[in-house]
Design a binder for this molecule. Structure first.
Ligand code: NAD
Length: 488
């Protein structure tokens, strides 16, 4: 079977592949600006049907009670997708503009394989816990805790790592026994729709268990967060939209799980190998053109080494020109859209208004007249209180800041509304540990450590989110707890 949509991809609703009631919308290759096809454009009525199908499947089938069958379906999906890896790789690079090297990891193959982790969890998880006997009000009781699926999940996802985020939601949600309506970002509909096609044609998922609704209309995301038939909204996206989701979910008091923005700090201690640390920070910020929520976009170096670090960062970034994402050597591809490029450029302009110096980059690459490319950019001369250092830019833009010792570095890292990730680079173990303890974020990398993995919970402190994705903690987001007692 070929996955490539003939003219348009379809919605997956109640087990059937169907066109969108709103017609189609264009899918654009960010590296070429070409329209590469169309995606089904769902309307409010389509979303209504998808929610109804998910509700019906949860309420009337054995899905939530049959962990063995759920594990089977998830492994079947993983294997079917792996069989399509090459085709998916090509379509993913074309739609997302991500460098092809990343599709061997978190942009495609990693997340597909992670479905196996969630299948294993469905089977190995301890669904019941015996609390033993107790005598509340003098009467002897046996007590037990049972874990149960939350119900219907409304999954709303962004465009930057579409497979990773789609699977990090539908994998644990389905393993937990929930049913799902997935609404991907309008910029990357195919990454989700093609999975819908594989589910419909090559797996045993019962109708209504997974529904995939692509649309050009953001309002369909809002619909998921207000509809009373949805039990939990699992959202990844910007902090601004996350706040709206939380507010609209309040009306029906549904659970919310939010993975939001970040402005993470890369702290270099004065005993670190400065050149290695700075080149790692430069690599991080250009990877996928800086479009990663956990990317360390503030490089915080000892003030006495600021000039040296700035020169090193300039040299490192010069080695990562924005380039064709289909080239296996490319690290920095385009940003997703013209709108996103304008947003990044407006921040580069703002940095200069705030008194910052553009050390390198700051413009579109001279050798590209097509594609939403931004040259890797280094900004110096700003304070951490500047908007450029405080706000998420989501492009290949690094801000370099000086610190006056370990405590000051921790203070700068924490002087942010966000708390998603961070890094520290140094030699002395006690000092490194103090920094790791002091920085209030959901993940920390020491000397280049990579925490990304299916079994590692990921998420934010402060305005970077609520809850954790991946790992057992990510699975448990989709579970309720029922306590049961019986006279002994
Ligand atoms: P976005 O917030 O604009 O959109 C995300 C999703 O929300 C899209 O599917 C969109 O259609 C939908 N949406 C828009 N308005 C909505 C509303 N009112 N109600 C419900 N849904 C709505 O984000 P984006 O531009 O697609 O992605 C970039 C952002 O995502 C960045 O801020 C980035 O940091 C964040 N992000 C966070 C993580 C994480 O795990 N913390 C991961 C990736 C991206």
């Amino acid at each position: 079977m070929s996955l490539r949509p003939a003219s348009a991809s379809d919605l997956l609703i109640d087990g059937k592949l169907i066109p969108g009631s709103g017609g189609v919308f264009d899918v654009i290759n960010p590296a070429t600006e070409e329209v590469i096809g169309q995606a089904a454009d769902a309307t409010v009525d389509d979303m209504d049907a998808a929610i109804a199908a998910a509700r019906h499947a949860f309420d009337t089938t054995n899905w939530s009670r049959d962990a063995t069958f759920r594990a089977h379906c998830l492994r079947q999906l993983r294997d079917a997708l792996l069989a399509h890896t090459d085709e998916l790789r090509e379509l993913t690079v074309a739609e997302v503009g991500c460098p092809v090297f990343l599709t061997h990891g978190p942009q495609l193959e990693g997340p597909i394989r992670d479905l196996g982790y969630f299948a294993d969890l469905a089977e190995s998880y301890k669904w019941t816990r015996d609390l033993g006997e107790a005598k509340p009000m003098g009467i002897k009781n046996t007590r037990e805790i049972r874990k149960e699926a939350v119900g219907v999940v409304g999954a709303i996802t962004p465009w930057n790592f579409p497979h990773q985020i789609n699977f990090a939601k539908i994998g644990p949600a389905l393993a937990a026994g929930c049913t799902v309506v997935l609404k991907p970002a309008p910029d990357t509909p195919w990454c989700a729709a093609l999975v819908g096609k594989v589910i419909a044609e090559e797996t045993d998922f019962p109708p209504g268990v997974v529904n995939i609704v692509t649309s050009s209309d953001h309002a369909l995301g809002a619909q998921l967060s207000t509809d009373p038939r949805v039990d939990i909204v699992s959202f990844t996206g910007s902090t601004a939209t996350g706040k709206k989701v939380m507010a609209s979910a309040a009306e029906t008091l549904k659970k919310v799980f939010l993975e939001l923005g970040g402005k993470s700090a890369f702290i270099v201690l004065d005993d670190a190998d400065l050149a290695s640390a700075v080149s790692m920070a430069a690599f991080a910020v250009v990877t996928h053109a800086g479009q990663g929520c956990a990317i360390t976009t503030r490089l915080v170096v000892p003030r006495e080494k600021l000039a040296e670090a700035t020169a090193l960062a300039r040299d490192s970034l010069a080695g990562f020109a924005a380039a064709d994402p289909t080239d296996p050597g490319t690290i920095c591809g385009p940003v997703i859209s013209a709108t996103q490029r304008e947003r990044v450029e407006s921040y580069i302009e703002l940095a200069q208004t705030e008194g910052g110096t553009i050390e390198i980059g700051g413009a579109r690459p001279a050798d590209k007249d097509k594609g939403f490319f931004v040259s890797p950019t280094l900004i110096s001369g700003l304070d951490n209180s500047s908007r450029t250092a405080q706000e998420e830019i989501f492009g290949p833009v690094l801000v370099i800041l000086g610190h006056d010792g370990d405590d000051d570095a921790i203070r700068i890292a924490n002087d942010s509304p966000y708390g998603l990730s961070g890094a520290v680079w140094g030699t002395d173990r006690d000092r490194i540990n103090r920094v790791v303890d002091g920085v209030r974020t959901g993940t920390m990398s020491i000397n280049g450590g990579i925490w990304y993995s299916a079994d590692v919970p990921f998420g934010g402190y402060k305005q970077s989110g609520i809850g954790r994705e991946m790992g057992v903690a990510g699975f448990e987001e989709y579970l309720e707890t029922k306590a049961i007692a019986e006279p002994a």
